[in-house]
Design a protein around this ligand. Structure first.
Ligand SMILES: Cc1ncc(C[n+]2csc(CCOP(=O)(O)OP(=O)(O)O)c2C)c(N)n1
Ligand SMILES: [Mg+2]
Length: 461
């Protein structure tokens, strides 16, 4: 991450002037909320029995306020304690005699230049991490392989089912990128932490434990699908598992990801949001909006760019003036890293570090995972824009083959064990196809379910 010049930039203290009788110290957290709850002075604050019970405070803010008060009392001079920049959620931080409004503290005295910054970025190359050091048991390593094989077998069959016209609409395959979903999901608390992604979402859904039946049912448009057959390929959802979709509009789900992270924070939960998006999404203004809000609100989110080298037919290095995508997060003062998406352990380690070291501490961050999609952009794209041998060369770095080799080399399982796992995955997918085939389409009346309607809407006769 960035060096200490950054740390000092974002450090501000509980060091403002204070007037214990009439107000709060400058930078004291959540003063606006405290004032709304009727607490207008430090003395008043000390008299509160249960901060959590104050209207509009809640457990997270209560903790931050209590800690700030403790720090303030320990440092009677009001002195030099430093902590992170206060969030806009903290209220205006102003003492009562300061004017209301959008005031600025930024200096307009320009220092002598040049201004120099040294920045460093962590990297997570392939082949650097072992399962023991990451704390995976042998069985868990086999589970990682099981998850990745299921995704691949599922999607190979999807292609076939599309050709048989069982699936219609858009179909974007994730084949080649399975280490990203599996490595990431195994780095968070499934069911508590949230994940949101774009339209290339089958792999993520399966990695999160959605069943092949509900996924294939959705692709077939059947009522047994995870979105009741009304979402299709790009709209896999599972609220219970906190799989928050499946979104078709490039970049549009990044602000949703920020909103989900905001909800985790607002509710006082210790959970985070992993927000996945493609390299192409970084051109959208929504990327900047979401990162900026996450930064100023100190949201528990990791922005994860799945750089699969192309946005439709445009290669990443043709489309970006700065193709090192991980560095774009630096503009928001985020810690940024780069990981190989061709090794499930590299992804796991990177996501784990970003979640535990940053997101759970209210520091948004950015991770670029470099990967490759083997198929065209969607099922109808023959991908003729690739260089000769490009696909073969990338396939030689396949993440599933890598993990299989690792498992055999370490004596965790044999080749025939792996064949059996693969067959089991294939059988699950075949069963899911049979189930989807046999399932009914949604009732016609269901078309209006789960849709916002206003019966007295005035402009429709
Ligand atoms: C706002 C918007 N513009 C254009 C499109 C059409 N479109 C669909 S996918 C895509 C490319 C996105 O590439 P990337 O973000 O790299 O994701 P990948 O397909 O590689 O997973 C485009 C331009 C869209 N869906 N939404
Ligand atoms: Mg892409």
């Amino acid at each position: 991450m960035a060096d200490d010049s950054l740390a000092s930039e974002s450090a501000s203290g509980l060091n403002g002037s204070s007037d214990e009788g009439t107000g709060f110290p400058e930078d004291f957290p959540h003063t606006a909320r405290l004032k709304q709850a009727g607490v207008t002075t430090l003395d008043g604050l000390r008299d509160v029995d249960s901060l959590e019970d104050l209207k509009g405070i809640g457990p997270t803010y209560a903790k931050e306020i209590a800690e700030a008060l403790e720090r303030y009392d320990a440092d009677e001079s009001g002195g030099t304690t430093t902590e992170k920049r206060s969030s806009p959620l903290s209220g205006d931080g102003a003492a009562e005699d300061e004017p209301e409004g959008p005031w600025t503290q930024q200096s307009i005295e320009i220092p002598e230049g040049p201004i120099e910054e040294t920045v460093s970025f962590d990297t997570y190359p392939a082949g650097q991490f072992s399962h023991d050091e990451l704390g995976f048991s042998d069985d868990e390593v086999v589970d990682l392989l099981r998850s990745m094989l299921l995704q691949r077998r599922f999607e190979n069959r999807c292609r076939q089912m599309y050709q048989r016209q069982k699936i219609s609409g858009f179909l974007h395959l994730y084949i080649g990128q399975e280490a990203v979903s599996t490595g990431s999901v195994s780095a968070v608390d499934l069911g508590d932490d949230s994940i949101i992604t774009a339209y290339r979402d089958h792999g993520m859904g399966l990695a999160m434990g959605m069943t092949p039946e509900e996924c294939m049912g959705e692709l077939f448009g059947k009522s047994t699908g995870c979105s009741k057959g009304k979402g299709g390929s790009m709209h896999f959802f599972d609220a219970e598992k906190r799989m928050m979709g499946g979104h078709a509009i490039v970049g549009a789900h990044l602000p949703l990801g920020a909103g989900i992270a905001f909800a985790h924070k607002y509710r006082g939960e210790d959970n985070v949001c992993l927000c996945f998006f493609g390299d192409g999404a970084m051109h959208q203004g929504a990327f900047r909006e979401a990162c900026n809000l996450a930064g100023i609100y100190e949201l528990p989110i990791v922005f994860i760019c799945e750089n699969n080298q192309y946005a439709m037919g445009t290669a990443v290095d043709r489309a970006f003036s700065k193709p090192d995508l991980f560095k774009h997060g630096y503009n928001f003062d985020f810690p940024c890293s780069l990981a190989s998406g061709m090794d499930v352990f590299s992804v796991n380690k990177a996501v784990r570090d970003h979640v535990e070291n940053y997101a759970r501490k209210g520091q948004p961050s950015m991770l670029e995972v470099r990967t490759y999609r083997y198929q065209g952009h969607s099922i109808t794209d023959p991908a003729e824009y690739r260089a000769a041998n490009e696909l073969d060369q990338r396939k030689s770095e396949d993440a599933i083959a890598r993990l299989q080799q690792y498992i055999v080399d370490r004596g965790i399982a044999t080749d025939s064990d792996i064949d059996a796992i693969d067959e089991e995955a294939e059988q699950k997918v075949v069963d899911a196809i049979d189930a989807a085939d046999a399932a009914p389409f949604p009732d016609e009346e269901a078309i209006y379910d789960d849709v916002y309607t206003q019966e007295d809407y005035p402009f429709i006769a």
